[in-house]
Design a protein around this ligand. Sequence first.
Ligand code: S3P
Length: 174
Amino acid sequence: MRLDNVILVGFMGAGKSVCGRLLARRLGRCFVETDDMITAAAGRSIPEIFREDGEARFRALEGEILEAIRLKSGDVIATGGGLPCREGRMQTLRELGTVVWLRGDLPELLERARRSGDRPMLLGRTPEEIAALYREREAYYGRAHLTVDTAGLSVDASVRRLLARLREAHVARV
Ligand code: S3P
């Protein structure tokens, strides 16, 4: 049986955290972020984990957190942008709830990601390399149950669209 979490996936800057928090409030549900779970478990910030142990270690921690998420039900869960992008990960997420891809325009996503804090995956990468990373990841995000386009939309409008899609899919009643 599919658990009734709502799981947000998408590239850095997609608004998974800010929209997720608001969505959870509107639905009267708890909100959790995989990045926060990793930070709490490791006792370090994400940039510190990348700097001290490297990306591979961070991806392994994401795998462990994915196992912990199996215990959740009824939550809104925002995932880190790279979490779904390995073999088998989207399948696992799909078993844990309704997976929603928050899809936006790459330049808009990057502007937002750069504005709101440390993103180790953007450091030292050329615009071409970032565009290539985005293209690679689209194949994974595209396996979500629902895709919500947020290009040009405010947070409020994005959440309204998200709620409407969840209602259509009979995932949300409010
Ligand atoms: C990452 C995205 C980040 C965070 C980490 C790696 C990625 O989360 O998990 O810096 O690989 O795209 P956001 O998507 O919330 O920025």
